[in-house]
Design a protein around this ligand. Structure first.
Ligand SMILES: [Zn+2]
Length: 241
């Protein structure tokens, strides 16, 4: 195989190993690859492929919240140290791509950039390792980010839907449910994108009642949430008939 040379480098506030998160960042493309940027402004998201130069070479991950062979988890530590991340394109300035939601460290060599396409989006995909990790880390925010991007806005309604999915995940240990019934509103988009229960496949049914049923688990709101944070963590759900 020919040697892989970077097409550019990451600039980010994540300066060293151990710093995590998805932040605003940019990639400066080398002069010789600048023509490759043509048309990128027409793509809302890209898949960034990078060489994780500060990662270790390992075959299994044995963290309490992330456990499995490297081919089953997205740990940056892996035999070939190649990372991929989907990020939103905020703009192009000269040879610099401005991105939202990049989790690569500052200075990371970028090997390739590809547009995010329809075939990358699989509603109702299944990954139990990820579901366990979400539960153990209490990472309800990750569900909210996905649901809000599908819904098109971050609002208390979608946060209520996420909270209901998360509650049912705690009880059942999975987010893939046979059926959901719900009153209408923003919350239903969370069931569609997170659980694969859609109006189209008939596993999501709307009813004119202030009650949610997720694979037989009954939930209702005890009050209206005051904020997104309140919807995610407040005591607004009662579980049971
Ligand atoms: Zn909404």
């Amino acid at each position: 195989m020919s040697e892989l040379k970077p097409v550019g480098f990451v600039t980010s506030e994540l300066k060293e190993r151990g710093m995590r998160g998805r932040t605003k960042a940019s990639i400066e493309i080398k002069e010789e690859y600048a023509d490759g940027l043509r048309g990128l402004e027409e793509c809302s998201h890209v898949i960034v492929v990078a060489f994780l130069d500060r990662s270790a070479r390992i075959l299994t991950v044995d963290l309490p919240f992330h456990r499995g062979g490297v081919f089953a988890v997205r740990s940056p530590d892996r035999p070939k140290r190649i990372g991929i991340t989907v990020s939103r394109v905020d703009g192009i300035e000269g040879r610099r791509i401005l991105l939202e939601g990049l989790d690569f460290l500052d200075g990371t060599p970028v090997i390739d950039i590809k547009p995010y396409t329809m075939s990358d989006c699989v509603p109702g995909y299944k990954n139990s390792i990820e579901e366990r990790a979400l539960l153990l880390r209490g990472d309800i925010e990750a569900l909210l980010a996905l649901a809000a991007s599908f819904h098109g806005e971050l609002c208390t309604g979608i946060a209520v839907g996420v909270r209901i999915v998360y509650e049912a995940l705690k009880i059942r240990g999975t987010m893939r449910f046979d059926s959901v019934t719900a009153p209408g509103g923003c919350a239903v988009d969370a069931f569609q994108v997170l659980c694969g229960c859609t109006l189209g496949n008939g596993r999501l049914k709307l009813r004119d009642e202030d009650r949610y049923t997720v694979s037989g688990i009954e939930m209702r709101l005890t009050r209206q949430p005051e904020s997104i944070e309140d919807a995610l963590r407040g005591d607004l759900l009662s579980v049971g008939p």
